[in-house]
Design a protein around this ligand. Structure first.
Ligand SMILES: Cc1ncc(COP(=O)(O)O)c(C=O)c1O
Length: 424
């Protein structure tokens, strides 16, 4: 019979849980199998983020691989249905990744060339590149100094008659001030595409992110470091049937087989391309993984919050560290745990600190280099240093510490101990 024992590695020795030993009969042989789980030995560095793929996830994928249909098929439809059930959005369109989802979302709005799209500089480049893919001009609105999310008051100042879309990003998993942003968008007749690539599982004023209460569309990413994964994958959610139909059309080349949309009907093989779309489909085996992962999202979120609580408690009295701030009306998904460090008051630069942590097998990262400072944007869109002072100052102090559901308490304590030794 296979028994599970709780083991702890202390100075190279394995101790068995005393209660388990006391249950053994005298003379009974004890066979201990130690699997290389990072709970016990860290065979690899602790990364800043990591997927959590479990046995049932793998079985779900294998099940589809053994079936006849492996590209987009019934599992994609099922994943869309599950996303709607989870978020309470009316419609969902799954696709190849979060970048494609943003591209599709802007494209579905049919905006005129030269439109302006307002987004945050504190994000991954995909949030603003989707404006460029659709021949628009990106405009960056600076961030709030507490949440590091786009500041509604700055959006107001950046709106012009050319502004057609606002793309707020729920940075690190914390929902933006959606009610205020929604109000600005309605006053100026703009659309909102909420980039929630970090924030599936979060809530805003009690509503699940993705419900599209304050946005025309909401976008998710299922990249491995995100809160749930399909390897690569993304989704657009909406409550608008017209947008939903357009998103589906654009995901697959702009081709339709809907007799009502076609100009003619030559027979059962016949289809028509009625818009310029893409191949942004996702496979059914990825969707099987997504369905399986979605069932665990709340458990993953719970674990992320436990880690956040430990970090927050440990860092609250460290003068040179500012832990993240969570607004009272939201529940962050804590995709990232980002601290601000007063590097001018410590012995290390950020690069040196990262090197020291690397020596200790601790992976950290910086999120994000402000997009307006990227050479491509500076060269082609005239953005420059000083455009978004709050995002630039935030960037100079930012460091993301490891956080992922599989991270053990020992690993969290190990990160804390090393951070305090280096900074305390
Ligand atoms: C805020 C944000 N938006 C969009 C994306 C793009 O998602 P994907 O990597 O799935 O294309 C990312 C990915 O890192 C992201 O962080």
């Amino acid at each position: 019979m296979r028994k599970t024992f709780i083991t702890k590695l202390k100075q190279g020795k394995i101790e068995l849980d005393k209660k388990t030993i006391s249950q053994l009969k005298p003379g009974e042989e004890l066979k201990v199998t130690i699997e290389p789980v990072r709970d016990i030995v860290w065979d690899k560095a602790i990364p800043y983020g990591h997927q959590n793929v479990e046995e049932d996830d793998i079985n779900a994928v294998v099940g589809v691989l053994e079936s006849d249909l492996i590209t987009q098929g019934p599992k994609a439809l099922e994943f869309e249905k599950k996303l709607c059930e989870y978020t309470k959005a009316k419609y969902a369109v799954v696709c190849s990744n979060g970048t494609a989802a943003l591209h599709l979302a802007v494209k579905a709005l049919h905006l005129k060339e030269g439109f302006e799209g307002i987004t945050t500089p504190n994000t991954f480049v995909a949030s603003s590149n989707c404006i460029l893919y659709n021949n628009g001009r990106p405009v960056f609105a600076d961030i709030e100094r507490d949440t590091y999310n786009i500041a509604p008051e700055v959006i107001k100042k950046k709106v012009t008659e050319k502004t057609r879309v606002i793309i707020p990003v729920d940075f690190a998993g914390q929902p933006c001030d959606m009610e205020k942003i929604h109000k600005i968008a309605r006053e100026h007749d703009c659309y909102i595409i909420r980039d929630a690539c970090h924030s599936i599982g979060s809530t805003y004023k009690g509503g699940k992110t993705g419900n599209c209460q304050y946005s025309d569309m909401t976008v998710f990413s299922f990249h491995p470091v995100k809160n749930i994964t399909t390897g690569e994958g993304g989704a657009v959610l909406t409550n608008d049937k017209k947008l939903y139909e357009r998103l589906k059309l654009l995901r697959a080349h702009g081709i339709t087989r809907d007799r009502e949309l076609m100009e003619q009907d030559d027979g059962p093989w016949y289809y028509e391309m009625i818009d310029l779309g893409f191949n942004f489909r996702i496979t059914d085996f990825q969707c099987a993984l997504g369905i399986s992962q979605l069932k665990k999202l709340d458990r993953f979120m719970q674990r992320r919050r436990e880690i956040v609580n430990r970090y927050n408690k440990a860092f609250k009295d460290i003068r040179v560290i500012k832990p993240p701030f969570e607004k009272a009306d939201v529940r962050s998904a804590y995709h990232l745990y980002v601290i601000q460090i007063e590097f001018d008051k410590i012995n290390y630069s950020r690069a040196e600190l990262m090197k020291e942590l690397e020596k200790k097998q601790i992976g950290v990262m910086v999120h994000y280099i402000p997009v307006h400072l990227q050479p491509f944007y500076q060269k082609h869109y005239g953005t420059k240093k000083g455009d978004c002072p709050a995002a630039e100052e935030y960037y100079s102090k930012a460091l993301s510490l490891p956080i992922y559901p599989r991270m053990t308490d020992n690993q969290v304590e190990y990160v804390i101990k090393n951070m305090i030794e280096l900074l305390g």
